[in-house]
Design a protein around this ligand. Structure first.
Ligand code: GLY
Ligand code: MN
Ligand code: MN
Length: 463
């Protein structure tokens, strides 16, 4: 299927949903350009919803989809002077053939075009709370229509959140998306391999000068970009030694030292789709016994979580499975005292494991690294549950996993120095993260091009 057909089908699905909801029009801008300082902008990155429905990457663009199925694009007009400086623009004349939309006009006509498109529509759909100022813009266009009421023009009488429709569509990846996600996962895995090899070579003294976190970040970026990735999907974490215990650490200038671990959480974005991999490896290529003990617990936790990442299970099942293995491991190795904390069920019940494992085991992933999608089961009834603060709240049951969903599986252990914690484990931070596509029978890990088993990591690093 050509990409133009892929996007046209998605727009048609939105039009169908509008008809099912009683008609109306959906309006969607792409992302704004964002100034960095003076006349320099941050690199432009399209809005994910907009790209999902158009495949169009230029800034200053809008899409309108009417319930009838008619689609209109507003985009930057051709302008030789600007194109000399900023690059070629598609322009409204070429847009219908290139993108498969029915009509296109210059974005300079926005304030005339929008009231015209909104006139006599029963409802307007747009993404709520995602674009600063959008609600006010739409209010302004509705105000224009109201002022024309005596000429018989009707203004939409209801407003709806377009995210509700798009989030549900985006949660289930189609074959076009899966192909890109697999490739993004392969590129990122290759980048992790390269970082491990560089670390080993650097600590063997084969690379001049001391190796620091930013050297490994440079290797990641090099590998992403040389395979066509446009951006990292998020700010890369390269954390040497104790820095791994800082969950949102960024690659800094700390040295990589023999006997210490390095945690890398990094993934590329390819053609609008993310990947998200974490590997933790010994900087010099050999795990110490204490590191290896904790590493194998985290890997066993990930294995347990992967086993229940399958259709029919709930989104929270991988987390529960991983937490059980981690909590048992904490008791086995003395991170938690059995005398004080009891058995594994007690540790789960009391939440004592949170001292060393304080995040969830995964999230949806797709165009955005933390992708959209309801984490609770649509159409289900809320039930009474305890929240993190032990308060009773009404919650809908967690989402049931179904083929086409993509989620990460990323357990970890982070041991900060503390009284009662064996010193051998102090400052060890480990996370292992892969990206899973739920399939008909289980899941496919799209990021296993980089080894995860401790022996295999050591073998790779021995080179
Ligand atoms: N890299 C962000 C995350 O793992 O969720
Ligand atoms: Mn993640
Ligand atoms: Mn990650």
């Amino acid at each position: 299927m050509s990409p133009v057909t892929v996007y046209a089908r998605r727009r048609a699905a939105i039009a169908k949903a509008l008809r099912a909801a009683g008609g109306g029009i959906a309006l969607l801008p792409t992302a704004p350009e964002s100034p960095r300082n003076r006349d320099s902008d941050f690199p432009f990155r399209h809005d994910s919803y907009f790209y999902y429905l158009t495949g169009f990457e230029e800034p200053a663009s809008w899409l309108a989809i009417e319930a009838s199925g008619k689609t209109t694009l507003l985009c930057q007009p051709k302008d030789l002077e600007r194109e000399i400086w900023d690059g070629v623009r598609l322009g409204p004349e070429a847009a219908p053939a290139a993108l498969g939309v029915d009509a296109a006009a210059s974005v300079a006509t926005l304030s005339d075009a929008m009231p015209r498109l909104l006139a006599n529509q029963p409802a307007v759909w747009f993404p709520f709370a995602t674009h600063a100022g959008l609600q006010a813009q739409i209010d302004g266009w509705l105000g224009v229509l109201r002022s024309r009421v005596r000429s018989g023009v009707q203004s939409p009488q209801s407003q709806h959140d377009l995210c509700v429709l798009l989030d549900e569509m985006r949660l289930f990846k189609d074959s076009h998306e899966v192909a890109i996600l697999r490739r993004a996962g392969q590129i990122s895995a290759g980048a992790h391999v390269r970082a491990m090899q560089t670390s080993a070579a650097g600590l063997r003294g084969n690379i001049g000068g001391g190796l620091r976190e930013y050297h490994l970040e440079a290797e990641l970026l090099h590998e992403f970009r040389r395979h066509g990735s446009q951006f990292p999907a998020y700010t890369s974490i390269v954390a040497a030694g104790a820095n791994a215990c800082v969950l949102h650490y960024r690659a800094g200038n700390a040295p990589l030292l023999p006997g210490e671990l390095c945690l890398i959480d990094a993934g590329c974005e390819l053609d609008g789709y993310a990947s998200d991999i974490t590997r933790t490896f010994p900087a010099d290529g050999t795990f110490t016994p204490a590191q290896r003990t904790l590493y194998d617990i985290v890997l066993a936790a990930q294995d347990a979580a992967v086993k229940v990442t399958q259709p029919g299970k709930r989104f929270t099942d991988p987390h529960d499975a991983a937490t059980l293995v981690l909590a048992q491991g904490m008791l086995d190795v003395g991170l938690l005292s059995k005398t004080k904390h009891g058995k594994v069920d007690d540790v789960i019940e009391s939440g004592a494991y949170r001292q060393f494992y304080m995040h969830r085991t995964g999230h949806w992933m797709g165009m955005d690294v933390h992708d959209c999608g309801d984490y609770t089961e649509p159409g289900s009834k809320p039930r009474e549950e305890k929240d993190a603060l032990e308060q009773m709240v009404m919650k809908k049951p967690p989402r049931i996993l179904r083929p086409g969903m993509v989620l990460t599986v990323e357990p970890g252990l982070y041991v900060r120095p503390a009284k009662g914690v064996p010193k051998a484990f102090w400052n060890i931070g480990i996370r292992i993260e892969d990206d899973a596509l739920v399939t008909a029978k289980g899941c496919e890990l799209m990021t296993r091009g980089v080894p995860v088993d401790a022996d295999e990591i050591e073998a790779l690093m021995r080179g």
